[in-house]
Design a protein around this ligand. Structure first.
Ligand code: SPV
Ligand code: MG
Length: 295
């Protein structure tokens, strides 16, 4: 059987495939497995979704080692590459170096860092008031991360928050060029506008020196083919797993609370056997036969 590429290589191949690719949000081992089973070739370990799953805000309230532990469960549960939303890198260049080393050791394929200040705020909250990182400082962070990685395929994606913070497309382009020159493997250009117009202008002016990544959460009504024609390499569906889980959980628990019976929900929720399957229980049954003795 041909050997699978490393997860880092697989992420690099997604970024460099020359066609539009998609990765999907997950926030724990279970959701990561569901995303992989659906056929996605990669997973976005979203900071918003991870922090929501912890029950805290997307403001670096969860520590970086808590994030690391969660993403390790996700990597253990799946074969496809994971791109971690590393926020601002949890500090300066030195913190990012350490993060990169630890992510590699846990089988995470790449990290995305954004040019904001620690502790970050989610891009959709009071965006225009968000201060951006100094360009030189952020470039030093990228260079430090690239120098720290042991596997040449580990990817560092530089996320430009200029449009989020109310700056121009030109400012976003200047920043993106500097980050690419500092060694970023791809640029994530983010926007919170309802329209794709600014990113389209950005992409038209981009010289193609590295792949472009987008997060169409707010401009979701833009047809996917428009992204393709704009030359985007990777789309991140960034939070739709956690949001769908919230909707389903709210509906079920409200109904059980109101009706004081399980009869209404039983047939529309996953059976316990499906949970066992997603946990990989059949493999343990087999292993017990091989290793478990007579008992
Ligand atoms: C995330 O998924 O945590 C992201 C994308 O960073 S966004 O929420 O759009 O900022
Ligand atoms: Mg985030």
């Amino acid at each position: 059987m041909p050997k699978r590429p490393s997860k880092a290589r697989a992420l690099r191949q997604l970024l460099d495939s020359g066609q539009l690719e998609f990765i999907m949000e997950a926030h724990n081992g279970l959701s990561a497995r569901i995303v992989e089973e659906a056929g996605f070739a990669g997973i976005w370990a979203s900071g918003l979704a991870l922090s929501a799953a912890f029950g805290v805000r997307d403001s670096n309230e969860a520590s970086w080692t808590q994030v690391l532990e969660a993403v390790e469960f996700m990597a253990d549960a799946t074969e496809v590459p994971i791109l971690l939303d590393g926020d601002t890198g949890y500090g300066n260049f030195n913190n990012l170096r350490r993060l990169v080393t630890k992510l590699e050791s846990r089988g995470v394929a790449g990290v995305c860092i954004e040019d904001k200040l620690f502790p970050k705020t989610n891009s959709f909250i009071d965006g225009e008031r968000q201060p951006l990182a100094d360009v030189d400082e952020f470039c030093g962070k990228i260079r430090a991360g690239k120098d720290a990685q042991a596997d040449p395929d580990f990817c560092i994606v530089a996320r430009v928050e200029a449009l989020i913070a109310g700056w121009s497309v030109e400012e976003a382009l200047d920043r993106a060029k500097a980050y690419q020159a500092a060694g970023a493997d791809a640029v994530l250009i983010h926007d919170k506008a309802r329209s794709f117009d600014n990113i389209q202008r950005f992409a038209a002016a981009w010289d193609g020196s590295c792949p472009l990544v987008i997060v169409p959460t707010k401009y979701y009504s833009t047809p996917t083919d428009v992204f393709r024609k704009a030359g985007i390499s990777l789309v991140i569906w960034a939070n739709h797993t956690v949001r769908s889980a919230v909707t389903a959980m709210q509906r079920t628990v409200r109904e059980i609370r109101e009706t004081e019976t399980l009869t209404g929900v039983e047939d529309r929720i996953a059976p316990v056997s499906e949970i066992f399957r997603l946990q990989g229980d059949p493999e343990l049954r087999e292993a017990e036969k091989r290793y478990g003795g007579d008992a």
